[in-house]
Design a protein around this ligand. Sequence first.
Ligand SMILES: [Zn+2]
Length: 428
Amino acid sequence: MPILLVGLEDLDQCFAILDLEISHQHYFLLPSTWNNNPHCKSHRKHYTSFQVAWQQLLWGNRASWGLVEIYDKGCYNGLNEAAITTRLDMTNLHPACPGQEDILKPNFCPQCGHQMTIKEQAGRPRQTCSQCGYVHYHNPVPGVGVIIEMDGGVVLVRRRFDPRAGWWCLPAGFLEADESAAEGAVRECKEETGLDVAVEDLFGVYSFPEGMQRSGLVIFYTAHVIGGTLRAGDDAEQVRVFSLDDLPDKLAFRTHRQVLTRLRQRVDARKGVLAPGHPGDFPSPMPNVTIHHAHPKHLPPVLKLLKLIPANAKLSADDVKNVALRFRESAGLEVLVAEADSQVIGFIALSFPQTLTGPKAWIDDIAVEPSYRRQGIGAALLEAAVRRARQRGCKHLLVDTAKSNPPAQAFYQACGFDQEGVAPLQIG
Ligand SMILES: [Zn+2]
Protein backbone atom coordinates (compact mmCIF):
# COMPACT_ATOMS: atom_id res chain seq x y z
CA MET A 1 0.00 0.00 0.00
CA PRO A 2 1.17 3.48 -0.66
CA ILE A 3 2.08 5.63 2.21
CA LEU A 4 0.45 8.94 2.64
CA LEU A 5 1.56 12.03 4.31
CA VAL A 6 -0.04 13.94 7.02
CA GLY A 7 0.35 17.32 8.54
CA LEU A 8 -1.64 16.49 11.59
CA GLU A 9 -0.48 15.52 15.02
CA ASP A 10 -3.14 12.96 15.58
CA LEU A 11 -4.29 10.49 12.98
CA ASP A 12 -7.55 9.90 14.80
CA GLN A 13 -8.30 13.59 14.76
CA CYS A 14 -7.45 13.65 11.16
CA PHE A 15 -9.79 10.77 10.43
CA ALA A 16 -12.49 12.44 12.42
CA ILE A 17 -12.14 15.78 10.75
CA LEU A 18 -11.80 14.54 7.24
CA ASP A 19 -14.26 11.76 7.80
CA LEU A 20 -12.22 9.58 5.54
CA GLU A 21 -13.27 6.04 5.55
CA ILE A 22 -9.96 4.37 5.46
CA SER A 23 -8.34 2.21 8.01
CA HIS A 24 -5.40 2.78 10.23
CA GLN A 25 -2.99 0.68 8.30
CA HIS A 26 -2.93 3.39 5.69
CA TYR A 27 -1.48 6.75 6.13
CA PHE A 28 -2.60 9.74 4.33
CA LEU A 29 -1.72 12.49 2.18
CA LEU A 30 -2.26 16.11 2.70
CA PRO A 31 -2.10 18.11 -0.49
CA SER A 32 -0.41 21.41 -0.05
CA THR A 33 -3.63 23.11 -1.09
CA TRP A 34 -5.59 21.50 1.70
CA ASN A 35 -6.96 23.88 4.19
CA ASN A 36 -8.18 21.90 7.13
CA ASN A 37 -10.53 24.46 8.50
CA PRO A 38 -14.00 23.08 7.72
CA HIS A 39 -15.45 26.56 7.90
CA CYS A 40 -13.23 27.76 5.15
CA LYS A 41 -15.20 28.80 2.08
CA SER A 42 -13.04 26.73 -0.17
CA HIS A 43 -13.34 23.69 2.08
CA ARG A 44 -15.25 21.73 -0.50
CA LYS A 45 -12.71 22.35 -3.20
CA HIS A 46 -9.88 21.30 -0.96
CA TYR A 47 -11.74 18.32 0.29
CA THR A 48 -12.31 17.22 -3.27
CA SER A 49 -8.69 17.65 -4.17
CA PHE A 50 -7.79 15.60 -1.14
CA GLN A 51 -10.11 12.85 -2.20
CA VAL A 52 -8.86 12.81 -5.72
CA ALA A 53 -5.33 12.51 -4.46
CA TRP A 54 -6.28 9.65 -2.20
CA GLN A 55 -8.18 7.94 -4.94
CA GLN A 56 -5.32 8.32 -7.32
CA LEU A 57 -3.12 6.69 -4.80
CA LEU A 58 -5.42 3.75 -4.29
CA TRP A 59 -5.85 3.26 -7.97
CA GLY A 60 -2.26 3.82 -8.83
CA ASN A 61 -1.07 1.63 -6.00
CA ARG A 62 2.42 1.86 -7.32
CA ALA A 63 3.46 5.37 -6.52
CA SER A 64 6.49 5.48 -4.33
CA TRP A 65 5.51 7.85 -1.66
CA GLY A 66 7.71 8.54 1.26
CA LEU A 67 6.42 9.03 4.71
CA VAL A 68 6.95 12.58 5.65
CA GLU A 69 7.12 13.41 9.30
CA ILE A 70 3.94 14.16 11.07
CA TYR A 71 3.69 17.74 12.01
CA ASP A 72 3.19 18.68 15.58
CA LYS A 73 1.17 21.74 14.86
CA GLY A 74 -2.13 19.95 14.98
CA CYS A 75 -5.07 20.30 12.71
CA TYR A 76 -6.64 23.12 14.60
CA ASN A 77 -3.70 25.46 14.54
CA GLY A 78 -3.41 25.59 10.83
CA LEU A 79 -0.55 24.10 8.91
CA ASN A 80 2.62 25.46 7.72
CA GLU A 81 1.84 25.27 4.06
CA ALA A 82 5.28 26.22 2.91
CA ALA A 83 6.76 23.38 4.93
CA ILE A 84 4.42 20.89 3.38
CA THR A 85 5.02 22.12 -0.11
CA THR A 86 8.71 21.53 0.23
CA ARG A 87 8.13 17.94 1.18
CA LEU A 88 5.39 17.07 -1.18
CA ASP A 89 5.04 17.90 -4.76
CA MET A 90 2.07 15.96 -6.01
CA THR A 91 2.70 16.62 -9.65
CA ASN A 92 6.04 14.88 -9.56
CA LEU A 93 5.30 12.10 -7.18
CA HIS A 94 2.68 10.08 -8.95
CA PRO A 95 3.11 10.27 -12.68
CA ALA A 96 1.73 6.78 -13.11
CA CYS A 97 -1.57 7.39 -11.38
CA PRO A 98 -4.63 7.94 -13.49
CA GLY A 99 -6.08 11.40 -13.49
CA GLN A 100 -9.38 12.36 -11.99
CA GLU A 101 -11.36 12.04 -15.19
CA ASP A 102 -10.14 8.54 -15.83
CA ILE A 103 -11.34 7.40 -12.47
CA LEU A 104 -14.64 9.15 -12.27
CA LYS A 105 -16.08 8.77 -15.70
CA PRO A 106 -16.68 5.78 -17.92
CA ASN A 107 -15.01 6.09 -21.27
CA PHE A 108 -17.41 3.71 -22.95
CA CYS A 109 -21.16 3.58 -22.84
CA PRO A 110 -22.37 0.88 -20.44
CA GLN A 111 -25.44 0.41 -22.66
CA CYS A 112 -23.99 0.15 -26.13
CA GLY A 113 -20.23 0.28 -25.74
CA HIS A 114 -19.83 3.40 -27.87
CA GLN A 115 -17.28 5.98 -26.81
CA MET A 116 -18.63 8.56 -24.37
CA THR A 117 -18.09 12.26 -24.86
CA ILE A 118 -18.69 15.19 -22.59
CA LYS A 119 -21.82 17.19 -23.30
CA GLU A 120 -23.84 19.56 -21.27
CA GLN A 121 -26.86 17.76 -19.83
CA ALA A 122 -29.22 19.30 -17.29
CA GLY A 123 -26.86 22.18 -16.64
CA ARG A 124 -23.61 20.28 -16.19
CA PRO A 125 -21.02 18.68 -18.39
CA ARG A 126 -21.62 14.92 -18.28
CA GLN A 127 -20.36 11.86 -20.05
CA THR A 128 -22.86 11.24 -22.81
CA CYS A 129 -23.17 8.53 -25.44
CA SER A 130 -23.70 10.04 -28.87
CA GLN A 131 -24.82 6.61 -30.15
CA CYS A 132 -27.68 5.72 -27.81
CA GLY A 133 -28.07 8.90 -25.80
CA TYR A 134 -27.09 7.36 -22.45
CA VAL A 135 -26.01 9.99 -19.95
CA HIS A 136 -23.78 9.09 -17.04
CA TYR A 137 -25.06 10.84 -13.91
CA HIS A 138 -23.25 10.91 -10.60
CA ASN A 139 -25.91 10.71 -7.96
CA PRO A 140 -25.61 10.33 -4.21
CA VAL A 141 -26.12 6.84 -2.83
CA PRO A 142 -28.93 6.57 -0.26
CA GLY A 143 -28.37 4.81 3.02
CA VAL A 144 -30.51 4.30 6.11
CA GLY A 145 -29.64 4.47 9.78
CA VAL A 146 -31.52 3.62 12.95
CA ILE A 147 -31.61 5.33 16.33
CA ILE A 148 -32.68 2.92 19.05
CA GLU A 149 -32.90 4.40 22.50
CA MET A 150 -32.99 1.65 25.12
CA ASP A 151 -31.80 1.02 28.68
CA GLY A 152 -31.06 4.70 29.06
CA GLY A 153 -28.77 4.89 26.07
CA VAL A 154 -28.45 4.39 22.36
CA VAL A 155 -27.48 1.25 20.44
CA LEU A 156 -24.14 1.45 18.63
CA VAL A 157 -22.33 -1.06 16.48
CA ARG A 158 -18.59 -1.62 16.37
CA ARG A 159 -17.62 -2.14 12.76
CA ARG A 160 -15.83 -5.31 11.78
CA PHE A 161 -14.90 -4.15 8.31
CA ASP A 162 -13.59 -1.08 6.60
CA PRO A 163 -14.42 1.66 6.14
CA ARG A 164 -13.50 2.39 9.73
CA ALA A 165 -13.09 -1.10 11.12
CA GLY A 166 -13.09 -1.00 14.91
CA TRP A 167 -14.97 2.27 15.09
CA TRP A 168 -18.47 2.69 16.46
CA CYS A 169 -21.50 3.91 14.57
CA LEU A 170 -25.26 3.73 14.55
CA PRO A 171 -26.77 0.68 12.86
CA ALA A 172 -26.85 1.72 9.21
CA GLY A 173 -26.27 0.59 5.67
CA PHE A 174 -27.13 1.11 2.06
CA LEU A 175 -30.59 0.60 0.70
CA GLU A 176 -31.32 -2.30 -1.60
CA ALA A 177 -33.21 -1.61 -4.79
CA ASP A 178 -36.30 -3.59 -3.77
CA GLU A 179 -36.98 -2.11 -0.36
CA SER A 180 -38.37 1.08 1.05
CA ALA A 181 -36.22 3.26 3.28
CA ALA A 182 -38.06 2.05 6.38
CA GLU A 183 -37.71 -1.60 5.32
CA GLY A 184 -34.01 -1.08 4.74
CA ALA A 185 -33.68 0.43 8.20
CA VAL A 186 -35.38 -2.55 9.81
CA ARG A 187 -33.23 -5.01 7.82
CA GLU A 188 -29.94 -3.30 8.55
CA CYS A 189 -30.80 -3.12 12.20
CA LYS A 190 -31.57 -6.83 12.35
CA GLU A 191 -28.40 -7.73 10.46
CA GLU A 192 -26.11 -5.67 12.63
CA THR A 193 -27.68 -5.77 16.08
CA GLY A 194 -29.94 -8.83 16.15
CA LEU A 195 -32.84 -6.59 17.18
CA ASP A 196 -36.23 -6.54 15.52
CA VAL A 197 -37.36 -2.96 15.47
CA ALA A 198 -40.39 -0.97 14.42
CA VAL A 199 -39.61 2.34 12.81
CA GLU A 200 -41.16 5.30 14.62
CA ASP A 201 -40.29 8.63 13.08
CA LEU A 202 -37.97 10.16 10.56
CA PHE A 203 -35.14 11.67 12.62
CA GLY A 204 -33.48 13.47 9.75
CA VAL A 205 -31.75 13.18 6.41
CA TYR A 206 -28.00 13.78 6.47
CA SER A 207 -26.01 14.36 3.31
CA PHE A 208 -22.37 13.87 2.61
CA PRO A 209 -21.95 15.61 -0.75
CA GLU A 210 -18.23 15.09 -0.72
CA GLY A 211 -17.53 14.86 -4.38
CA MET A 212 -17.95 12.23 -7.04
CA GLN A 213 -16.32 9.31 -5.29
CA ARG A 214 -18.27 9.23 -2.13
CA SER A 215 -21.40 11.24 -2.19
CA GLY A 216 -24.49 10.03 -0.43
CA LEU A 217 -27.15 10.67 2.12
CA VAL A 218 -28.33 8.76 5.14
CA ILE A 219 -31.97 8.67 6.18
CA PHE A 220 -32.10 8.23 9.95
CA TYR A 221 -35.13 6.84 11.70
CA THR A 222 -35.95 6.47 15.35
CA ALA A 223 -37.14 2.97 16.13
CA HIS A 224 -38.11 0.84 19.08
CA VAL A 225 -37.36 -2.78 19.79
CA ILE A 226 -40.13 -5.29 19.24
CA GLY A 227 -38.10 -8.48 19.49
CA GLY A 228 -34.77 -10.17 18.94
CA THR A 229 -31.70 -10.15 21.15
CA LEU A 230 -28.91 -7.60 21.18
CA ARG A 231 -25.94 -9.42 19.62
CA ALA A 232 -23.37 -8.46 17.02
CA GLY A 233 -24.24 -9.50 13.47
CA ASP A 234 -21.80 -10.81 10.87
CA ASP A 235 -20.40 -7.44 9.92
CA ALA A 236 -20.22 -6.11 13.47
CA GLU A 237 -17.49 -6.81 16.00
CA GLN A 238 -19.59 -5.80 18.92
CA VAL A 239 -22.88 -4.15 19.67
CA ARG A 240 -23.90 -2.42 22.84
CA VAL A 241 -25.89 0.36 24.43
CA PHE A 242 -23.98 3.54 25.18
CA SER A 243 -25.15 6.30 27.43
CA LEU A 244 -25.22 9.57 25.51
CA ASP A 245 -23.04 10.94 28.30
CA ASP A 246 -20.42 8.30 27.65
CA LEU A 247 -20.12 7.75 23.93
CA PRO A 248 -17.00 6.05 22.57
CA ASP A 249 -14.20 8.25 21.23
CA LYS A 250 -13.97 6.49 17.93
CA LEU A 251 -17.26 7.43 16.36
CA ALA A 252 -17.18 6.80 12.64
CA PHE A 253 -18.76 9.05 10.03
CA ARG A 254 -19.60 12.71 10.31
CA THR A 255 -23.30 12.12 9.65
CA HIS A 256 -23.53 9.69 12.59
CA ARG A 257 -21.76 12.11 14.87
CA GLN A 258 -24.16 14.85 13.81
CA VAL A 259 -27.11 12.60 14.61
CA LEU A 260 -25.74 11.70 18.04
CA THR A 261 -25.09 15.34 18.84
CA ARG A 262 -28.63 16.26 17.94
CA LEU A 263 -30.00 13.26 19.80
CA ARG A 264 -28.08 14.36 22.86
CA GLN A 265 -29.54 17.86 22.59
CA ARG A 266 -32.98 16.42 22.21
CA VAL A 267 -32.62 14.12 25.20
CA ASP A 268 -31.19 16.95 27.30
CA ALA A 269 -34.11 19.14 26.33
CA ARG A 270 -36.47 16.34 27.21
CA LYS A 271 -34.77 15.84 30.56
CA GLY A 272 -34.80 19.55 31.28
CA VAL A 273 -38.55 19.69 31.16
CA LEU A 274 -39.25 16.12 31.97
CA ALA A 275 -36.97 15.57 34.91
CA PRO A 276 -39.00 13.22 37.06
CA GLY A 277 -39.41 13.72 40.76
CA HIS A 278 -40.15 17.41 40.60
CA PRO A 279 -43.53 17.55 42.22
CA GLY A 280 -45.67 20.41 41.24
CA ASP A 281 -44.43 20.60 37.67
CA PHE A 282 -48.03 21.28 36.78
CA PRO A 283 -50.90 22.78 38.77
CA SER A 284 -52.79 20.30 40.86
CA PRO A 285 -56.38 20.38 42.13
CA MET A 286 -55.49 19.08 45.58
CA PRO A 287 -52.57 19.76 47.93
CA ASN A 288 -51.63 16.10 48.25
CA VAL A 289 -51.72 15.47 44.48
CA THR A 290 -48.80 16.26 42.21
CA ILE A 291 -48.74 16.20 38.43
CA HIS A 292 -45.47 15.61 36.69
CA HIS A 293 -43.77 13.58 34.02
CA ALA A 294 -43.74 9.85 34.49
CA HIS A 295 -40.67 8.02 35.68
CA PRO A 296 -39.91 4.49 34.39
CA LYS A 297 -40.96 3.17 37.81
CA HIS A 298 -44.48 4.43 37.10
CA LEU A 299 -44.97 1.95 34.28
CA PRO A 300 -46.83 -0.77 36.27
CA PRO A 301 -49.50 1.56 37.73
CA VAL A 302 -49.87 3.32 34.35
CA LEU A 303 -50.44 -0.07 32.66
CA LYS A 304 -53.05 -0.89 35.27
CA LEU A 305 -54.85 2.40 34.64
CA LEU A 306 -54.51 1.98 30.90
CA LYS A 307 -56.61 -1.17 31.05
CA LEU A 308 -59.41 0.77 32.72
CA ILE A 309 -59.98 2.56 29.41
CA PRO A 310 -62.72 0.62 27.60
CA ALA A 311 -60.90 0.71 24.25
CA ASN A 312 -57.84 -0.91 25.85
CA ALA A 313 -59.67 -3.68 27.67
CA LYS A 314 -58.50 -6.27 25.18
CA LEU A 315 -54.82 -5.44 25.05
CA SER A 316 -52.84 -8.61 24.32
CA ALA A 317 -49.65 -9.53 26.11
CA ASP A 318 -47.71 -8.31 23.08
CA ASP A 319 -49.60 -5.02 23.12
CA VAL A 320 -48.71 -4.55 26.75
CA LYS A 321 -45.06 -5.29 25.99
CA ASN A 322 -45.10 -2.66 23.27
CA VAL A 323 -46.75 -0.15 25.57
CA ALA A 324 -43.90 -0.74 28.00
CA LEU A 325 -41.30 -0.21 25.30
CA ARG A 326 -42.87 2.98 24.06
CA PHE A 327 -43.31 4.24 27.57
CA ARG A 328 -39.59 3.89 28.19
CA GLU A 329 -38.10 4.69 24.86
CA SER A 330 -40.19 6.80 22.54
CA ALA A 331 -39.00 10.34 22.06
CA GLY A 332 -42.26 11.45 20.49
CA LEU A 333 -44.32 10.37 23.44
CA GLU A 334 -44.84 11.84 26.89
CA VAL A 335 -46.72 10.47 29.84
CA LEU A 336 -47.80 12.74 32.68
CA VAL A 337 -48.94 11.20 35.92
CA ALA A 338 -50.97 12.41 38.87
CA GLU A 339 -49.63 11.09 42.17
CA ALA A 340 -51.18 11.09 45.60
CA ASP A 341 -49.20 9.73 48.55
CA SER A 342 -46.68 8.19 46.15
CA GLN A 343 -49.45 6.33 44.34
CA VAL A 344 -50.18 6.96 40.67
CA ILE A 345 -53.86 7.84 40.56
CA GLY A 346 -54.10 9.04 36.98
CA PHE A 347 -52.16 9.61 33.81
CA ILE A 348 -52.40 11.21 30.42
CA ALA A 349 -50.36 10.04 27.42
CA LEU A 350 -49.46 12.54 24.74
CA SER A 351 -47.79 12.09 21.42
CA PHE A 352 -46.50 14.82 19.15
CA PRO A 353 -46.95 14.02 15.47
CA GLN A 354 -45.22 16.31 13.02
CA THR A 355 -47.70 17.57 10.46
CA LEU A 356 -47.32 19.76 7.43
CA THR A 357 -48.67 22.68 9.39
CA GLY A 358 -46.48 22.12 12.44
CA PRO A 359 -46.40 19.90 15.49
CA LYS A 360 -49.68 18.78 16.97
CA ALA A 361 -50.35 17.23 20.32
CA TRP A 362 -52.40 14.09 20.41
CA ILE A 363 -53.97 12.69 23.56
CA ASP A 364 -53.55 8.95 23.27
CA ASP A 365 -55.01 7.95 26.59
CA ILE A 366 -56.17 9.46 29.83
CA ALA A 367 -57.36 7.61 32.89
CA VAL A 368 -58.01 8.33 36.55
CA GLU A 369 -58.26 5.77 39.35
CA PRO A 370 -62.02 5.28 40.03
CA SER A 371 -61.84 6.29 43.71
CA TYR A 372 -60.27 9.60 42.69
CA ARG A 373 -62.74 10.56 40.00
CA ARG A 374 -64.86 13.70 40.03
CA GLN A 375 -62.20 15.59 41.96
CA GLY A 376 -60.79 17.58 39.08
CA ILE A 377 -57.82 15.30 38.47
CA GLY A 378 -58.74 14.54 34.85
CA ALA A 379 -59.14 18.24 34.13
CA ALA A 380 -55.82 18.97 35.82
CA LEU A 381 -54.10 16.29 33.72
CA LEU A 382 -55.65 17.78 30.62
CA GLU A 383 -54.50 21.24 31.63
CA ALA A 384 -51.00 19.88 32.16
CA ALA A 385 -51.18 18.35 28.68
CA VAL A 386 -52.21 21.70 27.20
CA ARG A 387 -49.26 23.36 28.90
CA ARG A 388 -46.90 20.71 27.71
CA ALA A 389 -48.23 20.94 24.16
CA ARG A 390 -47.77 24.71 24.20
CA GLN A 391 -44.23 24.28 25.46
CA ARG A 392 -43.55 22.07 22.46
CA GLY A 393 -44.94 24.65 20.07
CA CYS A 394 -48.23 22.92 19.28
CA LYS A 395 -51.22 24.97 18.29
CA HIS A 396 -53.73 22.14 18.46
CA LEU A 397 -54.51 19.40 20.88
CA LEU A 398 -56.38 16.45 19.39
CA VAL A 399 -58.27 13.59 20.91
CA ASP A 400 -60.26 10.75 19.38
CA THR A 401 -63.42 10.98 21.41
CA ALA A 402 -64.91 7.94 19.65
CA LYS A 403 -62.42 5.86 21.65
CA SER A 404 -63.82 7.21 24.90
CA ASN A 405 -66.86 6.22 26.88
CA PRO A 406 -69.78 8.68 27.24
CA PRO A 407 -68.60 10.17 30.55
CA ALA A 408 -65.19 10.84 29.00
CA GLN A 409 -66.84 12.37 25.94
CA ALA A 410 -68.85 14.63 28.20
CA PHE A 411 -65.63 15.46 30.02
CA TYR A 412 -63.88 16.43 26.79
CA GLN A 413 -66.81 18.59 25.75
CA ALA A 414 -66.81 20.28 29.12
CA CYS A 415 -63.12 21.00 28.60
CA GLY A 416 -63.87 22.72 25.30
CA PHE A 417 -63.18 20.04 22.73
CA ASP A 418 -65.41 19.70 19.70
CA GLN A 419 -67.96 16.97 19.87
CA GLU A 420 -67.28 14.18 17.44
CA GLY A 421 -64.52 12.03 16.07
CA VAL A 422 -61.08 13.51 16.25
CA ALA A 423 -61.78 16.59 18.28
CA PRO A 424 -59.40 19.50 17.95
CA LEU A 425 -58.99 22.07 20.63
CA GLN A 426 -57.33 25.32 19.63
CA ILE A 427 -54.76 26.03 22.27
CA GLY A 428 -52.51 28.62 20.68
ZN1 LIG B 1 -24.61 4.18 -25.78
